[in-house]
Ligand binder design. Structure first.
Ligand SMILES: C[S@@+](CC[C@H](N)C(=O)[O-])C[C@H]1O[C@@H](n2cnc3c(N)ncnc32)[C@H](O)[C@@H]1O
Length: 489
């Protein structure tokens, strides 16, 4: 008993530490981006005068980049302020002796894709990610242990959105950067104040939560800040008009297939659909809007913090302006392209006509859905760019088969770019890498019958105006779980 308690406490402490690291990565974003600009400036200064004269607009571009960074930082900071950690962030693990976390610190928690949640052998009854309060909570998120599919009343939760737009207060590091940011001709974009603090009516500075205190943050490796940049690109995929084409290619075929397979979706008893690896939640939301009880599952706090903000806190379309493409000078057709603003979200999530029961469930797919309460619960499982995140894809397929109702459908779209393949320095990382042919063979073994399959050409978080466009030829299929022998179709 005592042993169990100690184990849980340790687990929670590790989660707090991991969450701090992710928050720190977000908070380190402006500093890391500023460092890039300083590098550009150093290189520029080394040019011979004649070359400098030829490129006289470069210093102005660097200033514009600073402005864009301050805007992105502002968005990030407001997002963090809106976040309600599901853990007691005041409990401390000693971070004093390890202020700079090396790459492989917390390896067991940060295997590959950064996850807050231990990947194995650590089931707890306590929710890992319980954002919502019992009564009147306005968030969609809830615990990792979904007892029944329909227990969360999303409409109620998403209805009473609260927002705090226009205010900010931030740590001193960020403040310094933001104050530098004004650039003539670059302030006319519709956006929020780039400067550090806004006073409320009573002359008070709006304060940020204790756990955002700069003194509590880690110095994180750049690879963590890179993840923040990836999230910014993911925001475009899911929540910007610029992402429309990608969504048409990836989400539309799935949505059309769901509509075809479930032509009559009654309000009284809507079909239930699970979206593992839901990313920033757009696909899960679209499925909900079609009349399904939809649950997204996601294990990355990077993603969860951001999707929670967009789903729960954004109050109008185009509320925020971000600059997603500023972090690469490569393959730009023009500086204007690189510096162009993107408005998000393209829709107001709470007005998207969601079906009651929409939820986002934090946690590792394997851990959460191998729970016995999940057996035969789902009418449909939708995996989009998810299957190849597995350490063991066979386990994913097995679980999908188990949690589907008899006769339920599995719709998949994505490549097989196994996330744990070729991971340098992580030789012991488990990674089963099967060909498409073998994946289908495994699926047949677990009782699936292929009803439809094709290849879909698409991109993933690609800058549509870049001179480089990586394209995937993604497998798209619908499989049906065969009814058990003796069972009627
Ligand atoms: C390539 S992204 C795809 C996101 C989204 N489906 C889309 O199409 O934009 C894969 C997502 O799966 C999540 N993920 C990876 N492994 C997971 C796991 N074991 N359990 C839950 N989510 C996981 C990642 O954090 C990431 O958000």
């Amino acid at each position: 008993m005592e042993e169990e308690l100690r184990r849980r406490k340790l687990e929670e402490a590790l989660e707090v530490k991991s969450l701090r690291r992710i928050i720190s990565a977000y908070l380190n974003y402006p500093e890391a981006a500023e460092e890039d600009i300083r590098r550009y400036e150093r290189c520029f200064r080394r040019l011979p005068p004649a070359h400098k004269a030829l490129l006289s607009s470069q210093p102005h571009k660097f200033q514009k980049l600073r402005w864009c960074i301050s805007q992105n930082s502002y968005f990030i900071f407001e997002m963090l302020k809106a976040f309600e950690p599901p853990l007691d962030m005041s409990q401390d693990i000693d971070i004093s002796e390890d202020r700079y976390m090396e790459n492989d610190t917390d390896k067991h928690l940060f295997s590959g894709e950064t996850s807050l949640l231990p990947r194995s052998g650590s089931k707890t009854d306590k929710p890992h990610f319980a954002f919502s309060s019992e009564e009147g909570g306005n968030e969609i998120y809830r615990s990792t242990k979904p007892e029944t599919v329909s227990e969360v009343s999303l409409e109620k939760k998403i209805e009473s959105l609260n927002g705090d737009a226009g205010r900010c207060s931030m740590g001193s590091e960020y403040k310094g950067k933001a104050e530098n940011a004004g650039v003539n001709g670059f302030q006319s974009v519709k956006n929020h104040p780039p400067v550090s603090c806004v006073h409320d009516g009573g002359g008070h500075v709006s304060s940020s939560p204790d756990w955002l205190e700069p003194s509590l943050q880690y110095h994180v490796p750049l690879v963590d800040v890179d993840k923040v940049r990836c999230i910014i690109r993911n925001i475009v995929r899911d929540w910007a008009s610029e992402g429309q084409k990608e969504r048409e290619e990836c989400y539309k075929p799935i949505l059309k297939e769901l509509e075809r397979l479930f032509p009559s979706r009654s309000r009284e008893s809507p079909p239930a659909c699970l979206v593992p690896g839901a990313g920033l939640g757009r696909l899960a939301l679209e499925i909900s809007s079609l009349g399904f009880i939809s649950q997204g599952n996601e294990f990355s706090y990077y993603m969860m913090i951001c999707s929670s903000f967009i789903l729960n806190n954004c109050q109008v379309p185009d509320e925020w302006t971000i600059y997603p493409w500023i972090h690469s000078n490569c393959n730009s057709l023009s500086d204007d392209d690189q510096l162009r603003p993107v408005s998000v979200p393209d829709i107001h999530p709470a007005s998207a006509g969601i079906t009651e029961g929409f939820s986002m469930c934090g946690g590792d797919f394997v851990e959460v859905y191998s729970d016995t309460s999940q057996v035969g619960v789902w009418d449909a499982v939708v995996t989009c760019f998810f299957l190849d995140t597995a350490h063991n894809i066979v386990e994913y397929i097995e679980i999908i088969s188990i949690i589907l109702k008899s006769g339920g459908v599995w719709i998949n779209l994505g490549p097989l770019l196994y996330h744990f393949a070729d991971t340098y320095n992580q030789g012991e990382e488990m990674s089963i890498e099967l060909s498409l042919e073998d994946v289908k063979r495994v699926a047949l073994h677990y009782g699936f019958k292929i009803e439809k399959e094709s290849i879909i050409e698409t991109t993933y978080t690609t800058n549509p105006r870049s001179m480089m466009q990586n394209r995937y030829y993604a497998a798209f299929w619908t499989m049906r779980k065969k009814p058990a022998t003796g069972e009627r179709k």
